[in-house]
Design a protein around this ligand. Structure first.
Ligand code: 3PG
Length: 375
């Protein structure tokens, strides 16, 4: 990909910037500023170079969601004007009045259904706004949409500073230094199976926690009771008995007559539910963390949203103070670390969720491919 730094003269040029600002917002309050803060270096660079920056992004999953709270938060860091919908009259009026270094922010780009559909007329509308396109939205780099993908073929297209950094950092962990540890949690084994297969090959040890571990316990013929498992039981798991695979050696269960208790995975009863990895597992992981040179982590180890946060939080603290090269990604893992305010202790924190998994599996994503083709 060509970096935005390579453009010789940005002064007075209209730059359509796609950033990643998908932050949790509750009743107008921006609950995490992690992605917003990571979008600032490229914005500041374009602003200082005198470009006329047209800032686009999406938020949430419902099309009616608004970027207004993010806009207000953004203004605490640098001056941004509100342009409303990118197809509106307010937008074209304000766009026409822009001076060098101004930043005009558009409303949630997904309010227009043509964004997700990558509709040619919407792509053409976006392209008509600017002289150059800059993509800095790593978290949406797996989405073939108008402002992330379609537009990259219509204008001279460049990668923003954060997107470049993401690619460099994630490539590094695809060639880990030994001893290497890969932690994978969360759910949805069907989508993560190829990733596990790949990292069992690449890393010295792969620990699987969260609901993913339940699927593997089940595949090994153990009782998992009422635990969360994939709809389709796993079949023919090539790494099921691999020496590289680590699973929780004790689990926290609830729901049965013993109530909330810690036991070995072999002792789970039909009316119980596995909710987190137990203290012996945390200690075991700590011994591996101590010796590791590379640690890559995606996905929490327990039913995090239900308050089963212990295995994830204690392990996060151990990883944070380890001397290894430490990289974490995935919305839930990053939110957990953000809550503990230990982000700065990791070598790199990826802004992506699905995009990070996609990149780690394939070494690229559709958007990165397209930006690379533009060289
Ligand atoms: C994310 O939050 O992971 C990205 O912004 C992508 O959002 P999406 O899954 O709604 O496309």
């Amino acid at each position: 990909m060509k970096s935005i730094i390579e453009v010789k003269d940005l002064r007075g040029k209209y730059v359509l910037l796609r950033s990643s600002l998908n932050e949790p917002v509750q009743e107008g309050e921006v609950l995490s500023k992690f992605r917003l803060l990571r979008s600032l270096p490229t914005l500041r660079y374009l602003h200082e170079q005198g470009a006329k920056v047209l800032l686009t992004a999406h938020i949430g999953r419902k099309p009616e969601e608004t970027l207004k709270p993010i806009f207000e938060e953004m203004n605490k860091h640098l001056p941004v004007q509100w342009g409303g919908l990118i197809t509106g009259s307010e937008w074209s009026e304000r766009r026409g009045l822009m001076g060098e270094g101004d930043i005009l922010m558009a409303e949630n780009i997904r309010q227009d259904p043509r964004e997700k559909a990558n509709a040619p007329d919407f792509v053409a509308h976006l392209a008509a706004q600017a002289d150059l396109y800059v993509n800095d939205a790593f978290a949406a780099a797996h989405r073939k949409q108008a402002s992330t993908y379609g537009i990259a073929s219509e204008l001279p297209a460049y990668a923003g500073l954060t997107l470049i950094e993401e690619v460099q950092e994630l490539k590094k962990v695809m060639e880990p230094k030994s001893p290497s540890l890969f932690f994978l949690g969360g759910a949805k084994f069907d989508t993560k199976m190829p990733l596990v297969e790949k990292y069992i090959g690449l890393y010295d040890k792969v620990f699987i926690g969260g609901a993913l571990a339940n699927d593997l316990f089940k595949a090994r013929g153990l009782e998992v009771g009422e635990s969360l498992v994939a709809d389709e039981p796993l079949k023919d798991v090539p790494f099921l008995h691999s020496e590289k695979l680590l699973l929780p050696i004790d689990v926290i269960v609830d729901g049965g007559e013993d109530g909330r208790t810690v036991k070995s995975p072999e002792q789970v009863k039909p009316d119980e539910k596995i909710l987190d990895a137990g203290p012996m597992t945390i200690d075991l992981l700590a011994t591996y963390i101590e010796k590791a040179k590379t640690i890559l982590w995606n996905g929490p180890f327990g039913a995090y949203e239900m308050g089963y946060t212990q295995a994830t939080e204690i392990t996060a603290r151990h990883v944070a103070v380890s001397e290894a090269h430490t990289v974490i990604g995935g919305g839930d893992t990053v939110a957990a670390v953000d809550k503990l305010q230990i982000n700065d202790l990791f070598s790199f924190v990826s802004t992506g969720g699905g995009a990070t998994l996609d990149f780690l599996e394939n070494g690229t994503t559709p958007v990165i491919e397209r930006l690379s083709e533009r060289e």
